[in-house]
Ligand binder design. Structure first.
Ligand SMILES: CC(=O)SCCNC(=O)CCNC(=O)[C@H](O)C(C)(C)COP(=O)(O)OP(=O)(O)OC[C@H]1O[C@@H](n2cnc3c(N)ncnc32)[C@H](O)[C@@H]1OP(=O)(O)O
Length: 128
């Protein structure tokens, strides 16, 4: 993963890591972080598709730094590609450490979301 000094993309979701999301050592579960990224992609892709979307694929996710209880997690999304029915997003998760202003990128991934019609079938993403 290439590290950057500042987040890339649009701030799409911001939340707080709570004790219920952590193991006994205070490390936040990777699945929780991934779920926040999935939620952010759902928000951003649904806005772009102007309709319902699902997650079709998640590519190359590595947890580079831990998230700890009390950290604020910010998810940034960037629409990298719009296909016929799919939207590919570059996603970054940044932790603002508890009671500090220190921001660190903890993970990044690529999510592929697919627009669905009311029958649950892939449907074309409308133009901008
Ligand atoms: C709210 C939620 O997130 S639900 C939870 C998790 N997600 C799900 O349960 C989704 C379950 N999966 C599905 O319903 C289906 O596999 C779908 C709707 C994602 C895709 O259905 P398919 O029958 O494969 O559709 P189809 O072959 O037409 O592909 C649709 C698009 O998805 C893309 N796609 C499908 N699978 C993948 C994949 N594994 N990786 C990348 N792109 C993919 C295709 O390239 C295509 O994009 P394009 O139209 O821009 O060229």
């Amino acid at each position: 993963m290439t590290d950057t000094q500042t987040p890339n993309g649009q701030l799409t979701l911001r939340t707080l890591a709570m004790p219920g999301d952590a193991n006994a050592a205070g490390d936040i579960f990777g699945g929780w972080v991934m779920a926040q990224m999935d939620l952010a992609c759902g928000i951003r892709a649904a806005e772009r598709a102007r309709g319902r979307v699902v997650t079709a694929a998640v590519r190359e996710m590595a947890f580079e730094l831990p998230v700890k209880i009390g950290d604020t997690l910010s998810i940034y999304t960037d629409i990298a590609r719009v296909g016929r029915t799919s939207i590919t997003l570059s996603v970054e998760a940044w932790a603002q450490r508890y009671l500090t202003t220190r921001l660190e990128k903890v993970t990044a991934a690529t999510f592929v979301m697919v627009a669905l019609d009311s029958q649950g079938q892939p449907t074309p993403v409308p133009g901008d």
